[in-house]
Ligand binder design. Structure first.
Ligand code: 3PG
Length: 321
């Protein structure tokens, strides 16, 4: 897959921006970076779009910068010349798609029905925008379209917000979600970039859904593991479950039958998406030891350790199931 598209999928969220004053572009970009979401789709809905793209491309190259509401080849050329790295259109415009495909420019055209999707397939595309998502039937429409079009991934946009975000992102054929709720017009106009950072951080938090999975305690041998597990099980009435290399008291306490990797044990953190969590953590200079990655039979990563220990504990990330 095209690297830009891959990166959109790993980021998982695409803030759709309408900017009236190009001078707001860089502060907005900085706010998104601060919120842990270095992605922006600047829409050609205002005269400032081209200059806004240029300002961000020049000053904040770490932003995954795209141009949205691109309605013509002409606009696409302007957007790319200004520094946009991908093109988004609300509908399926064959001329625009052909231009992008021929010139190796990533494009996610809006597709709202099977006919649009089949046109996208004709052009070799397998990631499309689903717009306007909520008005077209939202989650159930995407589920239904996933049946015949198993090769297509969607970026639902239009009516997506913090409340329904996970309904979309938990669908296997949803590639990422777009929306303006993270970058509201009035916040940009009033220069309230702190609030934009907060909303972006909140959206990333919802998407990743980091939470404590369990704590793993190291013990020297099977006997001491069982004794320790029993203590927790008896005192708190947790169900005791014996395993091969460890025992569990409830779901939150694991007791290893040997001195496992961490000095004290491990603290497992679960997330909605390991793939996205890894991309997010690496951007924040948190190293992941990819040699520890465990995959399920379909090749999807389901567990991986941070390289560092925290407080004498190794930190495995687990995908929520
Ligand atoms: C778009 O162009 O992608 C939409 O206008 C964004 O929709 P939203 O404002 O409902 O998020």
């Amino acid at each position: 897959m095209n690297e830009i598209l891959k990166s959109i999928g790993e980021n998982g969220l695409v803030p759709v921006v309408k900017i009236d004053n190009a001078a707001d572009a860089v502060p907005l970009g900085k706010a998104l970076i601060e919120g842990g979401l270095p992605v922006a789709e600047i829409t050609f809905r205002t005269d400032a779009a081209e200059q806004a793209i240029k300002n961000i491309a020049d000053e904040l190259p770490e932003i995954l910068l795209g141009a949205g509401t691109v309605l013509s080849v002409e606009q696409a050329k302007k957007a790319i010349a200004a520094g946009a790295r991908y093109i988004v259109s609300p509908g399926f415009n064959p001329k625009l798609v052909e231009f992008c495909v021929k010139n190796n420019i990533a494009i996610t055209p809006g597709c709202g029905n099977p006919t649009d999707i089949e046109m996208a397939l004709e052009y070799g595309l397998n990631v499309v925008k689903f717009f306007p998502a909520e008005a077209l039937g939202g989650v159930s429409a995407i589920k239904a379209m996933g049946a015949p079009y198993t090769m297509i991934k969607f970026i639902p946009t239009g009516g997506v917000n913090d409340k329904n975000l996970m309904d979309y992102l938990s669908l296997p054929n949803v590639f990422a979600c777009g929306g303006s709720w993270m970058v509201k017009d009035d916040l940009i106009k009033t220069g309230n970039f702190t609030e934009i950072s907060r909303i972006a951080r909140e959206a990333v938090g919802i998407m990743l859904g980091f939470d404590l999975a369990h704590i793993g305690i190291n013990c020297v041998d099977a006997e001491s593991s069982l004794a320790t597990t029993k203590q927790f099980a008896e005192i708190f009435n947790f169900a005791l479950k014996e395993g091969n290399s460890s025992n569990f008291a409830g779901t939150g306490i694991e007791v290893n039958k040997s001195m496992g990797l961490g000095k004290n044990g491990h603290i497992a953190i679960k997330t909605n998406s390991i793939q996205r969590a890894v991309a997010f953590l690496e951007k924040r200079a948190v190293e992941i030891d990819m040699n520890t990655a465990k995959k399920n039979p379909s090749g999807q990563m389901v567990a991986v350790y941070l390289t560092q220990q925290i407080g004498g504990f190794t930190i495995p990330l687990l995908e929520k199931i």
